[in-house]
Design a protein around this ligand. Structure first.
Ligand code: GDP
Length: 473
């Protein structure tokens, strides 16, 4: 690879390395310092490209306090299937589209912006559910500022409601509870509020600090209250960005369009993205040929929290990929190449897994790790509770076990997604992983451990936790 990049013969490079006392073969990996010596010896110019270079490009831009302005919040809707996530997103969008504007038809680009009664802007991610949320997070993009937890008033708290709560908590994103289907005759919003207590979501009406709003996605009741709650939460979060800098963003959706080539919807997170900007996004790069807003209109630039469709990519990125505007095309191409190469190597490396043992090793390198995150799935609710209690007893001031999520039923793909995003192993107690979860775990290198005796589980986790502990001393 090095020889290739220098346009020298492989044999010559190997020979030089041997002269330096390194007995290597053509396919062996050498460290960067050695590579530098070789490059110098061959009289070439050294251009180090790594992720840290990308960071450097970004890090050189220090946002001046005076340039920071408030930015709209970005909202994701989560909750159990059929509780009305899609209906709610549609209702909000429709109620805020000015009649006649672009024929009242909005385009689906994976996200949209609305203006609340008080004039404040907010951006909604149009892919409800936590699969999208975690897959983005596991790729390093934390785009959501606020989670709307939708719970149907005629159904109460369900397994995916609980999952959503755990996803939001694991990401440290504040929630607003939307108690939906309030129009139903059998709606019982207080039952929802009480049920949420069990999952440590204490809503305002129960004297907690999580806002709760009764809504109906069908007849529009409470939508303005919900937007008001969002405004309030956004104010508390005091979200800021610098529109003057070059843009960074995250890919919400991307696909290969027959007519237009690769198209990505990007949520600008900081800075302003402009037509003509050169950028790198995940393993792809490009130059912004055109920008389209959520109404399908061509725009020249997009500022913080604005979702835009970007044309001009050389390939299709993945949801969650981070976009950075860079100075030159050469830089963009080099970084994209480097990442593609690094990703290939990583895929090839066997067992990049998150095991209990690896968590311990990581703790030894990184002294700040003092929490052992795990996911627990069990056959019955009783054992889930018993395990969570037993886990909480393990550890002390320095180390503790954190059960990110516990639930009843088989281990699913969604569990694996959360585990990957949080670097946690998944514990199956008297339950197995379904086929798609097993595949996904293999691909993502997430460890699944099966137990049928609580003591065995406690012993293993204790051992892992004490590994963390001794590493700290
Ligand atoms: P999702 O799976 O969470 O996205 O749920 P959907 O938005 O697809 O809604 C599931 C079902 O509930 C659909 O039949 C909706 O028409 C219905 N629904 C959603 N919101 C409401 C509501 O506020 N009131 C009533 N009565 N039905 C609703």
């Amino acid at each position: 690879e090095l020889a290739n990049r220098m346009a020298e013969r492989v044999g010559e490079v190997v020979k030089s390395l041997m002269k330096m006392g390194m007995m290597v073969t053509a396919n062996q990996t050498i460290d960067a310092d050695t590579a530098e010596l070789i490059i110098e010896e061959f009289g070439h110019k050294i251009v180090r490209v790594s992720d840290s270079d990308v960071e450097d490009v970004i890090a050189t831009i220090v946002d001046d306090e005076v340039d920071l302005v408030s930015r709209p919040p970005v909202i994701t809707v989560m909750g159990h299937v059929d509780h009305g996530k899609t209906s709610l997103l549609d209702a909000i969008r429709k109620s805020k589209v000015v009649a006649g504007e672009a024929g009242g038809i909005t385009q689906h680009i994976g996200a949209y912006q609305v203006t609340a009664e008080d004039g404040s802007l907010m951006s909604f991610l149009d892919t409800p559910g936590h699969a999208a949320f975690t897959s983005m997070r596991s790729r390093g993009a934390q785009v959501t500022d606020i989670v709307i937890l939708v719970v149907a008033a005629d159904d109460a708290v369900m397994p995916q409601t609980i999952e959503a709560i755990h996803h939001a908590k694991a990401a440290g994103v504040p929630m607003i509870v939307a108690i939906n289907k309030i129009d139903r005759p059998d709606a019982d919003p207080d039952k929802v509020r009480v049920a949420l207590l069990q999952h440590e979501v204490i809503v305002e009406k129960m004297s907690g600090d999580v806002q709760d709003v009764e809504v109906s996605a069908i007849n529009g009741t409470g939508l303005d209250d919900l937007l008001e709650a969002i405004s309030l939460q956004a104010e508390i979060l005091d979200l800021k960005a610098n529109p003057k800098r070059s843009a960074t963003g995250a890919v919400i959706e991307a696909q290969l369009d027959v007519g237009r080539g690769p198209v990505a919807t990007v949520l600008v997170q900081n800075g302003t993205l402009r037509q003509g900007d050169i950028f790198v996004v995940g393993e792809q790069w490009g130059r912004v040929r055109a920008l389209m807003d959520d109404k399908g209109d061509r725009i020249k630039e997009a500022g913080p929290s604005v979702p835009v469709e970007v044309l001009g990519l050389n390939g299709t990125p993945e949801a969650g990929d981070v976009l950075n505007v860079v100075e030159t095309e050469a830089q963009a191409r080099e970084i994209a190449d480097y990442r593609a190469h690094a990703a290939k190597e990583q895929r090839a490396a066997v067992g990049a897994a998150t095991t209990l043992e690896q968590l311990m090793a990581k703790a030894k390198d990184d002294k700040s790790v003092s929490e052992l995150p795990i996911l627990v799935k069990t056959d019955v609710q009783g054992s889930a509770e018993a395990i969570v209690q037993a886990m909480e007893k393990i550890g002390n001031d320095e180390v503790r076990v954190r059960v990110l999520h516990s639930g009843v039923g088989a281990i699913t793909e969604s569990d694996i997604g959360l585990a990957e995003a949080s670097g946690a192993p998944v514990i199956g107690f008297n339950v197995r992983a379904n086929a798609s979860a097993r595949n996904s775990a293999n691909q993502k290198g997430v460890e699944i451990r099966y137990y049928s005796v609580i003591y065995d589980l406690v012993d293993d986790v204790k051992a892992a936790a004490s590994g963390l502990l001794s590493a700290e001393i």
